[in-house]
Design a protein around this ligand. Structure first.
Ligand SMILES: Cc1cc2nc3c(=O)[nH]c(=O)nc-3n(C[C@H](O)[C@H](O)[C@H](O)COP(=O)(O)OP(=O)(O)OC[C@H]3O[C@@H](n4cnc5c(N)ncnc54)[C@H](O)[C@@H]3O)c2cc1C
Length: 391
């Protein structure tokens, strides 16, 4: 039984492990030329708070010991889904089954090219090292995007001794997780930390200053910012090229059934690249869980055994640093739902729920995780919130 795994992130490495432990001959292909690493720890590397070696998932010997043939710097350029054949340029390799785990990549707007290499995304190790080369205590850092990744980068840049400005296009921070009230509390926290936040501003053009030691960012209100390093943190898109060219059914991600099988038999897909029940996710924990199940199901399919359905349990957002603690699960309050304040304290702790027709659809907490798990369970089972009793 020969299995090819495309992509060696959180999903791909777990898929390779499970397939190898089931006795398959496994080839794991990574477009990156370094040992697979924990992607969530890239910001720490970028700002000099961790070393690249410390974020490796496993040492090289582990892959050898498991019998996984790891191909680094090996970008799969095409898939023939009928014959389960992978192409790497002109070379091809044929398998009994394939796991696609190509993850997602950052959205890079055209204006980034004007930044002279100082306005960078932070999605892979080479980018983290490129950022790190420009981090200087006392310098200015500019973060484009006020989502959780942008906020983490802002705090880490500040810890590295930089002055930090965050630019966000929308009217509030972390709009994917927080309603208006929670976002406002987060804004206050960051401002008290000394981080400048510019809301409802869009970058329109980037340039380089004379000498090339800074880049400039022109905003839609006519203002011009200048910084030594800039991070693009405005979202990500699944890597779909190989799947699309192979004729697999894709929408926002690769469409998979409940068992993580794509529209082609013997081709499974796992991690950030997939769309399960119409939803794409960005979660290392879920990617690893899908990697394990996708590989187990592929092995089962090859052995004519029944497959197991993926039980998606959305992982809560958990972000904790000495300065700030953020927790969220489910939808933020917005159109059609109400932001319900559980409590707010003078020391900036705040707990809110999103209620939709009386049902708890989201929970958000800042500075505390008191009773978070109970509320998270209410979100998961769409429990009714007894508002009257607490009003
Ligand atoms: C800065 C940052 C911080 C994050 N923080 C958190 C966090 O705190 N918690 C959390 O849960 N998640 C976090 N995430 C998200 C998390 O890293 C992803 O959800 C997770 O990495 C997804 O795993 P994956 O295996 O699906 O894809 P990835 O980890 O993206 O791995 C995919 C791999 O496939 C490779 N690849 C793509 N195409 C090909 C090809 N054709 N041939 C060969 N290889 C290919 C890519 O180069 C990549 O190495 C963070 C992400 C970033 C960028």
């Amino acid at each position: 039984m020969r299995i090819g795994v495309v992509g060696a992130g959180h999903a791909g490495v777990e898929a390779a492990r499970v397939a190898a432990e089931a006795g398959a001959e496994v080839h794991l292909y990574s477009a990156e030329d370094v040992l697979p690493y924990f992607r969530p720890r890239l910001p720490a590397v970028a700002f000099g708070q961790d070393e690249p070696r410390a974020i490796q998932m496993r040492p090289l010997g582990w892959y050898e010991q498991k019998g996984i043939q790891l191909h680094l710097g090996a970008e799969v350029t095409a898939l023939d889904a009928t014959t389960q054949t992978l192409a790497l340029g002109s070379a091809t390799a044929r398998f009994d089954g394939i796991v696609l785990a190509t993850g997602a990549g950052p959205i890079v707007p055209a204006l980034a090219a004007g930044g002279g290499g100082r306005l960078l995304p932070l999605w892979c190790l080479s980018q983290a090292l490129a950022v790190r080369a420009q981090v200087k205590p006392g310098g200015q850092a500019l973060i484009l995007g006020g989502g959780i990744l942008g906020i983490e980068a802002a705090l880490r840049a500040q810890n590295a001794g930089m002055a930090v400005t965050v630019v966000e296009r929308l009217e509030r921070l972390m709009p994917a997780q927080f309603g208006a009230r929670a976002s406002a509390a987060l804004l206050g926290l960051l401002q008290r930390q000394g981080i400048t936040v510019l809301l409802q501003r869009t970058a329109v053009r980037a340039g380089v200053t004379a000498g090339g030691e800074h880049f400039t960012l022109h905003l839609d209100d006519g203002s011009v910012l200048s910084a030594a390093v800039g991070l693009l943190s405005i979202g990500a898109r699944p890597h779909l090229d190989v799947a699309v060219a192979a004729g697999l059914v894709t929408q926002r991600g690769i469409c998979v059934d409940a068992c993580l099988q794509t529209s082609a038999p013997r081709v499974f897909a796992v991690g950030d690249v997939v769309q399960v029940e119409g939803v794409t996710r960005c979660s290392a924990r879920e990617a690893a869980a899908q990697g394990r199940l996708g590989a187990a199901n592929l092995v089962a399919a090859l052995q004519d055994r029944p497959l197991t359905a993926y039980a998606a349990e959305a992982a809560p957002l958990t972000f904790k640093t000495p300065e700030i603690e953020l927790y969220a699960l489910g939808q933020p309050a917005g159109e059609g739902s109400q932001e319900w304040l559980l409590d707010a304290s003078a020391d900036s702790a705040l707990r809110t729920l999103a209620l939709s027709g009386g049902v708890v659809t989201g929970v958000q907490m800042i500075g505390t995780r008191r009773e978070f798990d109970q509320y998270a369970d209410m979100v998961r089972c769409r429990a009714e919130y007894p508002q009257q009793a607490n009003a």
